[in-house]
Design a protein around this ligand. Structure first.
Ligand SMILES: Cc1cc2nc3c(=O)[nH]c(=O)nc-3n(C[C@H](O)[C@H](O)[C@H](O)COP(=O)(O)O)c2cc1C
Length: 386
């Protein structure tokens, strides 16, 4: 792990360490993976235009979101499959995020229940919500989340059904039992991973709590054909949840005014890491449209394809209030548990700091659209940050 100097190195090590179907579950996208690739390659179409002669001798990476100061504009996105990478899963991720003073948004379908993760962490936790199918359970769930100490809530709106993940369909990882001969063969070929997986399922690190959902259940209980999040659902959530409320999975600007009117405080421009509707544009290409439409009434976050501190800088220049990463910390988790996640955040932090210095920006507030160029960036120069 010490040899890894960037996120891609972590990816390569994770690929060697994990059984192929497990790596594919974390790595893969939907359909032809057009949107998965696009998220990444779109960053290559944005270039920096450094501002010379700025005093960057002291840099400050902190940022303010929903009235709270954060040490970093880099946040950890919700992922429901962490336990495939490491038995400590969300416990390790939350601890690493706390050490790095980064926000961690926990998934509804995490292995460990929200209370257990909150107990393990001294950091800032946000919660990602898939609405329970029995909508009358929503208020109870939100009260649990609030009393566990989660400070902000994000409702995922891009997953009415499960995306067409063909890598998973091929490997049948999610439907095969661990004792299936092919799964056993994978385990024998990756004994360190297999031992950790067994320990996580049967040993002391086994998650407790009665409301836990397993990965296999995700398909049937949450993202099924009867799961939709509607405006009425949002109104209900807003009436129960008093803290900052976001929606995650917005890919167009024209809904922003209505979301703000509905009392939503922020949006995450996201295509679920290319795992849901294949064929949607790259998130960073949609970001300026959403930032302009939000017109300062909503905080706008981005995720998808961020693998470098430089990508974070580009998104911030285009008006993002913060940037989430998903797979990068999962690679860290697979490679080194809590320490691996921490190291990934620190690598991104160092790259962010260096890029800001070279660009001529001493603070996050100094980052604006004049510092980037690219054919896909609209010419508007809005004050941006929400
Ligand atoms: C393995 C995996 C599991 C995910 N699980 C969830 C989830 O439970 N809820 C959710 O809203 N998004 C989920 N996502 C999407 C992430 O929150 C995020 O949008 C995406 O990973 C960002 O793209 P990146 O991986 O390129 O950084 C998941 C992504 C991955 C890779």
């Amino acid at each position: 792990m010490q040899d890894a100097v960037n996120v891609d190195d972590f990816r390569r090590i994770a690929r060697r360490r994990l059984p192929r179907p497990v790596f594919d579950t974390l790595e893969g996208g939907a359909g032809d993976e057009y949107s998965l690739r696009g998220n990444r390659s779109a960053f290559d179409h944005i270039e920096f235009r450094p501002r010379p002669l700025a005093d960057v001798s002291k840099r400050d990476l902190s940022t303010s979101v929903f009235g709270e100061k954060h040490a970093l504009p880099i946040m950890l996105a919700p992922t429901g499959a962490g336990r495939l990478a490491h038995s400590s899963a969300e416990l390790a991720v939350a601890r690493a995020a706390a050490r790095a003073d980064a926000v961690y948004m926990q998934s509804t379908v995490a292995a460990f229940p929200p209370e257990q993760v909150a107990e393990a962490s001294t950091g800032k936790l946000w919660f990602q919500l898939y609405l329970p199918r029995a909508r009358d359970e929503t208020a109870d769930l939100l009260r649990r989340i609030e009393s566990a100490g989660y400070r902000a809530l994000s409702v995922t709106i891009d997953a009415p059904v499960f995306g067409n993940r063909e890598r998973d369909a091929r490997s049948r990882l999610l439907s095969r039992a661990p004792w299936h001969p092919q799964m056993l063969a994978h385990g024998i070929a990756r004994p360190a991973w297999a031992l950790d997986f067994v320990r996580g399922n049967f040993g002391p690190r086994r998650p407790g709590g009665k409301q836990r959902l397993t990965l296999g259940q995700t398909r049937s209980t949450i993202m099924n054909s009867s799961y939709s999040v509607t405006w009425e659902d949002l109104d209900h959530v807003r009436s129960v949840w008093k803290g900052p409320l976001m929606v995650k999975g917005l890919m167009r600007g024209d809904e922003c005014a209505r979301l703000a009117d509905a009392g939503v405080d922020g949006v995450v421009v996201s295509n679920h890491g290319g795992r849901q509707l294949d064929g949607v544009p790259a998130t960073v290409d949609v970001l300026p449209e959403v930032v302009d439409a939000a017109a300062g009434r909503l905080a706008v976050f981005l995720d998808g394809g961020v693998r470098r501190g430089n990508d974070v800088v580009k998104a911030l220049c285009l008006g993002a209030s913060g940037v989430f990463v998903g797979r990068p910390y999962l690679y860290g988790l697979a490679v080194g548990g809590e320490d691996g996640v921490y190291r990934v955040i620190e690598l991104l932090r160092a790259e962010l700091d260096r890029a800001m210095a070279l660009l001529g920006a001493a603070t996050v507030a100094d980052l604006d659209r004049t510092l980037v160029s690219g054919a896909r960036i609209p010419p508007t120069l809005s004050p941006s940050k929400g």
